[in-house]
Design a binder for this molecule. Sequence first.
Ligand SMILES: Cc1cc2nc3c(=O)[nH]c(=O)nc-3n(C[C@H](O)[C@H](O)[C@H](O)COP(=O)(O)OP(=O)(O)OC[C@H]3O[C@@H](n4cnc5c(N)ncnc54)[C@H](O)[C@@H]3O)c2cc1C
Length: 474
Amino acid sequence: MAKTHYSKIDQVIIKRLRDIVGDQFVITDEEKIEPYSHDEIPEAKYANTPEVVVKPKTVEEISQIIKLANEKLFPITPRGAGSGLSGGAVPLFGGVVLSVERMNKIIEIDEQNMMAVVEPGIVTNDLNDKVKHTGLFFAGYPMSVESCFIGGNVAENAGGGKAVKYGVTERYIIGLEFVTPTGEIVEVGGKRIKDVTGYNLRAFLVGSEGTLGIITKVIIKLLPIPKNKVDLLVLFPDVKSAIKIVPKIIRQCGIIPTAIEFMDKISIHYACKYLNENIPYEKSGSMLLIEVDGSNEQVVEKDYDTIGNFCMDNGAQEVYVADNYTTQERLWRIRRNLGEARRYYYPHESIEDIVVPIAHMAEFISVIKKISKKHDMQIVIHGHAGDGNLHTNIVKNPNDTDEDWNTKLHHLQRDLYVVAKNLGGTISGEHGIGHKRKKFMPLFLTEATLEFMRKIKRAVDPNNILNPGKIFDV
Ligand SMILES: Cc1cc2nc3c(=O)[nH]c(=O)nc-3n(C[C@H](O)[C@H](O)[C@H](O)COP(=O)(O)OP(=O)(O)OC[C@H]3O[C@@H](n4cnc5c(N)ncnc54)[C@H](O)[C@@H]3O)c2cc1C
């Protein structure tokens, strides 16, 4: 590791941390610290062990910890559930991992205003479970909904399968409380749909990956749960015919589906094997999972019928309709488990998160095939096709050494990124930069843009305390 200006965590610091949060919430035991050394990236090279893990309960405690860090000069890495896929919650320089797992309360469910006020450590699915009885839900959630925290969703500006219609996390964040990198407690926004009072600091924090503040309270806009929902599983003979139809579905049918998810044959194969599921994919080359929802049953019926017929007229082999909870959940369970299933059979892979304008996805897909051939590496594809966000998962050949894998991966990634960039795409649609992708940032952002970001970071975090080494180097 490069020489840094940070101090080691010594007994004096440990004592001060214990005075702030209580003895049992300052963890120094090596075994107990290990789970905080990595997120969900499978590759060990992205992990690093913290010197201590601290679990505060209140915003005031976080403020005191950050002030102590500035006094003693040690780094702090905020952590939610650790489900990230960019190394964002990994403490690159050791120091303190600050876990918000004890801050997991719903402070208020305001049915009248259709809002919830929550702490950052609540599991996203738990929020939806707990507001369900009001007929409302948080629509911006990612696929990792069963494990990730709301604070992590905000810090990553997570998006998910339903982003085509409902957008991503930022659309629903109307108020925040956070602690700045120098320890001040700041509140922005509130229970207001419109608010232009000063700079939009909500947008400043959303997607900042724990580098500009620690989020301690979130005000979330909720929507009414749609009464009707139908999923279509549409089979295509190959990858290209499925991808080509995606932008046309929205434009030519005049319908915005809730979701258009893409899965290639190999992804489905491994997910079915892993889950012991059985869906009729053998004769197809790829699938789209298309969801339509709404409050009027007849309208939803008409919409899915229109989309189904359109797909059949444009190269689909078969359309299966899932109109009840059991079959819908079966399909979405397969979709949610694609990554985990693949990693079970291929533990060494790089999960990519490229996003391109939807009309250019077909071109992107055809180049991926060539790049895969050129580097002799398998690329397995699934993703949120309705948003142009395709996870091109690069799989290590079993016979390649780690050194071969790292070299080949670097060259393959560069080729992929250049193509994406030339098509107007970018390196990450939802997983963020963290430290996994930062070396490629200059490919996508101009030096002036990067320098403006660095200036903001330097101004608010003069000692580079909060999540150093992420997104870019200062
Ligand atoms: C199976 C699987 C499926 C996934 N699907 C999706 C998907 O569909 N869409 C998507 O967008 N992502 C997806 N992800 C990635 C990940 O789940 C999201 O990025 C999620 O929002 C991370 O939340 P977390 O609580 O786990 O955050 P962590 O991984 O703990 O942290 C992520 C980043 O947020 C920062 N952070 C966390 N909490 C705070 C806080 N309170 N204040 C300030 N900074 C904080 C951390 O420092 C880090 O930089 C998936 C991951 C997995 C494993």
